[in-house]
Design a protein around this ligand. Structure first.
Ligand SMILES: Cc1ncc(COP(=O)(O)O)c(C=O)c1O
Length: 426
């Protein structure tokens, strides 16, 4: 195991947990996602440790990255999960999570999903509306076993992140406004097929300051206290996920500050805290490695660098204008066949191969001089990267590699055209 873990430069070359990214790209081709097992563990443990002896449970949000090997790795170190579909639930079960380790969240759970999920006896189904709660109740009544539910409230708090990943304002589709939630809570004592175990909030993702997370936790704590006074015994407070990561040079709240604020707000309820972090665990643990396929003039000061990964492998820049650091895997020393022609830095527009003008991975980046064939690493792509990949332009889903203890292995092989066609009928 190298002393340094994660992605770092050694002998002028970017490595992951000590393994040169160029070696992985050489063997597996590009584009390829590479994950650091050490970073996944460290990120999980940082949040876990910040709770100290305060009772808590981390339910890793599978939506961020549900690679089977990553789900298993996190189970091995004690994580539980937050699943957003019946398929994530089934994946979690196959990865060894028990029903008591799974919370089921998400707007728009279908009847078919609920028919499967309710009999499993999950830790909680986080209901998003009165209608969904009634559907859960009907299924539970039929099966003769009360369903454990949480109710997701929408506290009307601005997460301060990108509008597409803010979920806690009343204009957003998520959860129930407080007045409606209170009304629904009032009905619980008369509904024997429902066991209310928690109040749930989640106000958005990539939240970089503590304030929105603290205020959301305060709302959940206040409602939990009200319920307790009304004689409803809850088991925990679910404050969702949302802690951001450092994509650029701007500061982001630390796990310690985050957890400290949660504990401050929830402690008076006497209840344990459930958190559902996704990005904060998986984001910094992954990089997307791509190869440069073309370099061409753009304007007087910059060139286009076309790489073999784009919005099909990493949608975030096209979808939210998200920023990802881009590094040259092995910057040239300026020598090429004895001619010093690649030294210096240059401004580049780094674009993908997909037939969309929005397929820009990095705008106006200053990098060491590159040329066709060089590798770049798109950093902090472990969350909402591979999980959002698509087959647009018939591009196959990329390979994924996990580096652990200085050794690497493919955890998802590159999709082939045959893999795609297997589902199609002529
Ligand atoms: C209900 C819920 N919990 C947890 C998460 C994970 O969020 P993040 O990856 O920002 O921690 C999400 C994602 O937005 C979510 O919708």
């Amino acid at each position: 195991m190298p002393l340094e873990t994660g992605f770092f430069t050694r002998a002028n070359e970017l490595v992951c947990d000590g393994v040169p990214l160029s070696a992985i790209a050489e063997a597996e081709g590009t584009p390829v996602y590479v994950y650091s097992a050490a970073t996944l563990r460290a990120r999980y443990r940082a949040i876990d440790a910040a709770f100290g002896d305060y009772p808590h449970r981390l339910h890793y949000a599978l939506k961020a990255n549900s690679a089977f090997a990553i789900a298993r790795l996190l189970r091995e170190i004690g994580s539980a999960v937050d699943a957003n579909s019946i398929w994530e639930i089934e994946l979690a079960r196959k990865a060894g999570f028990s029903a008591a380790d799974i919370v089921f969240t998400g707007v728009g759970k279908t009847d078919a999903e609920l028919e499967c999920a309710v009999p499993l006896g999950l830790k909680a189904i986080n209901a998003e509306s009165a209608g969904e709660l009634a559907r859960i109740e009907a299924i539970a009544s039929r099966t003769g076993r009360a369903a454990r539910v949480a109710i997701r409230v929408n506290p009307d708090i601005d997460a301060g992140s990108h509008p597409h990943i803010s979920t806690g304002l009343n204009i957003n589709k998520f959860g129930l406004p407080l007045d409606q939630a209170r009304e629904l809570f009032g009905t619980i004592p008369q509904r024997p097929a429902l066991t209310l175990v928690a109040v749930h909030v989640h106000v958005g993702s990539q939240i970089t300051t503590i304030d929105p997370l603290r205020r959301a936790a305060a709302v959940a704590a206040r409602l939990s206290a009200e319920l307790s006074r009304a004689g409803v015994e809850l088991e925990y407070v679910d404050v969702g996920g949302g802690l951001g990561i450092r994509y650029d040079d701007r500061d982001v709240a630390s796990a310690t500050e985050y957890v400290g604020a949660l504990i401050d707000e929830v402690r008076t309820t006497g209840l344990p805290i459930v958190v559902e972090p996704g990005r904060a665990i998986a984001g910094p643990a992954g990089a997307l490695i791509a190869r440069i396929v073309d370099v061409k003039p753009r304007n007087a000061v910059s060139e286009f660098v076309v790489i073999d990964a784009g919005m099909t492998e990493l949608l975030r820049p096209a979808l939210y204008g998200a920023f990802h650091r881009i590094d040259v895997v092995a910057p040239r020393d300026g020598t090429d066949g004895g001619v010093r022609q690649y030294e210096g830095v240059r401004q580049y527009e780094i674009v993908g191969p997909v037939c969309e003008s929005s397929d820009v991975v990095g705008r106006d980046r200053t990098l060491p001089r590159v040329r066709v064939g060089d590798l770049v690493a798109i950093r902090d792509a472990g969350a909402y990267g591979a999980a959002m990949a698509s087959n647009y332009n018939r591009r196959p889903l990329p390979a994924e590699v996990l580096v652990d203890e200085g050794k690497w292995r493919v955890i998802r092989r590159r999709q082939s055209l045959d893999d795609m066609l297997r589902l199609e009928l002529a």
